[in-house]
Design a protein around this ligand. Structure first.
Ligand SMILES: [Zn+2]
Length: 138
């Protein structure tokens, strides 16, 4: 390979996520792996039991330099590029999107699926864009 400095991608990641107790507002930090565990719960100092929503995945998106020459495009294609993980679809955005979609007659499960799908395509946490995407891809 001619490319002298090949940029390294991480082989693994851990992400911490903050949850706020709804009754006493205490902060709780969870590792991503914990939020991926079905039935995982936090027992707060105030005795509240908090069930974090199970997270399917979090993506990292690398900054990409797009060159518009055909050659570059071809050489990029030859390398097996993994789907590049990016932005985080926050719980708040997901909820907001679902809320909006329900006005359009989606049920909750459907809304979550559509938004997840839109997120995978758009790689953005922008509520408006996600909802627009869903509504234009029905
Ligand atoms: Zn609490």
């Amino acid at each position: 390979m001619k490319n002298k400095h090949k940029e390294l991608k991480p082989i693994n990641a851990d992400v911490s996520l903050e949850y706020k107790c709804p009754s006493c507002h205490a902060s709780h930090w969870l590792f991503l792996r914990e939020t991926r565990t079905k039935g995982f719960r936090i027992v707060c100092e105030c005795d509240a039991i908090i069930f974090p929503k199970t997270i399917k995945e979090i993506k990292i998106v690398y900054q990409q330099i797009v060159k518009e020459t055909v050659e570059t495009t071809e050489s990029i294609k030859k390398e097996p590029t993994e789907e590049i993980p990016f932005a985080i679809l926050s719980e708040r955005s997901l909820q907001e999107c679902c809320k909006t979609l329900r006005y359009f007659g989606f049920d909750k499960k459907e809304a979550v699926e559509k938004i997840t799908d839109a997120f995978e395509n758009l790689q953005t946490d922008n509520i408006k864009e996600l909802v627009n995407y869903v509504l234009t891809h029905i």
